[in-house]
Design a protein around this ligand. Structure first.
Ligand code: GDP
Ligand code: MG
Ligand code: K
Length: 298
């Protein structure tokens, strides 16, 4: 019998510059989310998805916990705490070179209140003498009951595989939530598709059934600007429906796009370029295989 597939959520918290992004880049590869350095929106964000034969780890960001110097709204603090309570494992990353600091205490105070297992990940061990690690470990051990303490170098890769193995050990049995080639996602994805669907239904009245689907095919920041470029397909079952949605000389689709774009812009807080097209796909609802492509996931 093969081992059951495991999947789950891991969040990496830690002060700025401890190496969180470097770690993500190493485990996810070069294809890592360009989204990850975009200014935070208020909600949790998937930073990357790591999939192999036996597991899938979804790394999510916890806005509100990384920036202790900011004046954080209650809302952001709540978001951070809710996220911490929902993930399977929390990685608390520190910099071996710097040791304990006030920014850490801000995070530790929050970690104290969660039941989830917390790993202390001591990064940048390539920069310190091994003798420096033990006192550091002792110091942190007094502050929280860590599930594991793992020294790594995210830059050079030391111990990173061991860390991943330990994370996997704590993941529950679960489905592969994301397609293998999907390394990043936007939690807003679903909301965006619903905005578009809503405009179609609204503007076409009864002519178009609720069974249409909207697939967000691409979300990416535009180079050298704060704008976001989104490509989405509206999936219908019949050619006649396609005609209605496109409208005379594209007028209907244009109006759908204009209205949806306004909603998406206020959701994301940035300028949006929205490209829409209509695809006919018969019986898509019955094709289980395609479900994940449409964003309906377990
Ligand atoms: P973040 O703010 O936590 O996302 O930190 P970054 O990943 O952006 O890293 C901050 C700086 O630390 C960058 O210059 C990285 O190259 C460097 N860095 C990250 N991990 C390591 C490491 O393991 N060893 C060394 N020497 N430098 C690292
Ligand atoms: Mg970073
Ligand atoms: K999603």
């Amino acid at each position: 019998m093969p081992e059951p597939f495991k999947s789950g959520f891991v969040t990496i918290v830690g002060r700025p510059n401890v190496g969180k992004s470097t770690f993500m880049n190493r485990v996810i590869g070069e294809k890592i989310a360009i989204m990850s350095d975009k200014p935070q929106t208020t909600r949790n964000k998937i930073q990357g998805v790591m999939t192999d034969k036996e597991s899938q780890i979804i790394f999510i960001d916890t806005p509100g916990i990384h920036k202790p110097k900011h004046k954080l709204g209650d809302y952001m603090v709540n978001v951070a705490e809710n996220t911490l309570n929902e993930v399977d494992v929390i990685m608390f990353m520190i910099n071996a070179e710097e040791g304990y600091g006030r920014g850490d205490q801000f995070i530790l105070d929050r970690l104290q209140r969660v039941d989830q297992p917390v790993f202390l990940v001591i990064n940048k061990i390539d920069r310190v003498h091994p003798d420096q690690l033990l006192p550091l470990i002792d110091q942190y051990r007094e502050k929280l009951n860590f599930e594991e303490i793992i020294p790594i170098s995210a830059l050079e890769g030391n111990n990173v595989n061991e860390l991943i193995t330990s994370l996997k050990n704590l993941l529950p049995e679960g489905p592969q939530f994301y397609p293998e080639d999907q390394i990043t996602d936007h939690p807003e994805r679903f909301v965006i598709s619903e905005f578009i669907r809503e405009k179609v239904l609204h503007l076409t009245h009864e002519e178009i059934p609720h069974s249409i689907a909207v697939v967000i095919e691409n979300i990416k920041p535009r180079k050298n600007s704060n704008a976001v470029f989104i490509q989405a397909a509206i999936i219908v079952e019949r050619k006649s429906q396609k005609g209605i949605i496109i409208g005379k000389q594209g007028s209907m689709l244009k109006e759908v796009g204009k209205r949806a774009r306004q909603d998406i812009e206020s959701l994301l807080g940035s300028k949006v370029y929205l490209e829409l097209w209509v695809k006919v796909q018969k019986d898509w609802r019955n094709k289980q295989m395609q479900l994940s492509d449409f964003g309906y996931r377990a």
